[in-house]
Design a protein around this ligand. Structure first.
Ligand SMILES: [Zn+2]
Length: 392
């Protein structure tokens, strides 16, 4: 919600609270004058002077905590947190918890907000203690998935992958959703990557397989498993894993081509590799497939390779493709023509190198490296190779 939206909600809530107080004749004598709290006017004054933080403070003070204003306090606390004023958020939430009339449902709602406050403040121990107590106490409650989600967020932030896997598995079992399933598979991949670096390939492979058990479409797990198998010289099995990526998500094909080429060359030579490239290029053409095929054709017949490139570029134009075509032309020409092509090649090379290769499909973050977790929006598996004229 925008701040303007929040202020509108706040005003409506204030009005309702005030109106409810007015229309309750049983509790108050009819003729008693309902005074608007002075803090309310102070808040309005700050708002008019564009002092938003002071305005919110004054509104908080003007609202007496009762069942009618509980939600407003909860929203204000969360607004403070989002604005980075964590101590104020903690104060609002702790003052709500101190109310004797608070119901157990309301108490859990506040505790969840407080756990988020602690996490935002970097007080991870306090957050995890609170959440673990809540998780044990409210195993069957409606809040259980939210508690587990926050715990997984916390362990992810701490990069405590074994804990993240344990709670993530419970969460997915409790309330399966696509985002959590994807995230859990990546936790297994993180664990596998760490184990592989520690020279424990067997355990690493098991985690990659567990990742695929959780999320069969996890491209990273197939690529990781293939790396482990290649390190054990099990190239045929590695090829099976890598070919799987084309079924899981063909957008990642450019990532697996060099690995696949290497594995094929070690066992069967290039014929199976070329067949795979041709099949994939028919299904979904990409610069990586076209360039790999052209590279193969060039070995025997440069003119055929050139013809193939021109034909492919007509239907699938890319900067990478043009660069490769100019490179090929340079090989085939002599004298002044070659010099002109060299200038053109340098220009297109600079252009190609200045363009990011990967982009997050969720937030648009782009970069030169493939991150399995987007550095900007923190989503898992959303950064993919860029397609189109400047990409694949
Ligand atoms: Zn992103």
């Amino acid at each position: 919600m925008t701040e303007v939206g929040l202020f509108i909600v706040l005003f409506v809530a204030l009005f309702i609270g005030w109106a409810m107080g007015r229309k309750n004749p049983a509790k108050k004598p009819k003729r008693e004058k309902k005074n608007v709290p002075p803090d309310y006017f102070r808040g309005l004054n700050h708002l008019l002077n564009d002092q938003q933080s002071e305005a919110i403070d004054a509104f908080v003070e003007s609202l007496e905590i009762n069942s009618d204003t509980f939600d407003i306090h909860l929203t204000l606390g969360s607004l403070f947190r989002k604005k980075g004023e964590i101590q104020k958020a903690i104060n609002v939430h702790q003052s709500l918890l101190a109310r004797p009339e608070i119901s157990s449902r309301e108490m859990r709602m506040v505790q969840l907000e407080l756990a988020s406050d602690f996490m935002s403040a970097g007080l991870l121990d306090r957050a995890s203690r609170l959440l673990l107590n809540m998780a044990t106490a409210s195993r069957k409650s409606e809040f259980h998935p939210k508690i587990l989600t926050l715990l997984v967020d916390l362990y992810e932030f701490e990069q405590s992958w074994d804990n993240a896997i344990q709670i993530g598995t419970e969460l997915v079992k409790d309330s399966p959703n696509k985002k959590e399933i994807k995230r859990l598979a990546h936790f297994h991949c993180e664990m596998a990557q760490t184990l592989f670096k520690k020279d424990q390939p067997k355990e690493a492979y098991q985690h990659y397989k567990q990742a695929l058990g959780v999320d069969p479409s996890c491209v990273r797990a197939s690529i990781g498993a293939a790396d482990v198998l290649s390190s054990q010289r099990r190239y045929r099995d590695a090829i099976k894993e890598l070919k799987q990526v084309a079924e899981q998500d063909a957008e990642y094909i450019s990532v697996v081509i060099p690995k696949l080429k290497d594995c094929y060359q070690r066992v069967w030579g290039s014929s199976g590799f070329v067949k795979f490239l041709q099949e994939q290029n028919q299904k979904k053409p990409s610069a990586a497939l076209i360039l790999a095929l052209a590279e193969h054709y060039m070995v025997d017949d440069k003119e055929y390779a050139e013809m193939f490139m021109v034909e492919q570029l007509r239907s699938h134009p890319t900067v990478k493709g043009f660069k490769a075509l100019i490179n090929l032309q340079m090989d085939l020409s002599r004298g002044q023509n070659q010099q002109h092509l060299e200038v053109l090649y340098e220009l297109i090379d600079q252009l190609a190198n200045s363009k990011p290769q990967y982009q997050c499909r969720q937030c648009g973050f782009s970069g030169y490296q493939l991150h399995w977790q987007c550095p900007s929006c923190k989503n898992w598996g959303t950064v993919k190779p860029i397609h189109g004229l400047e990409g694949e």
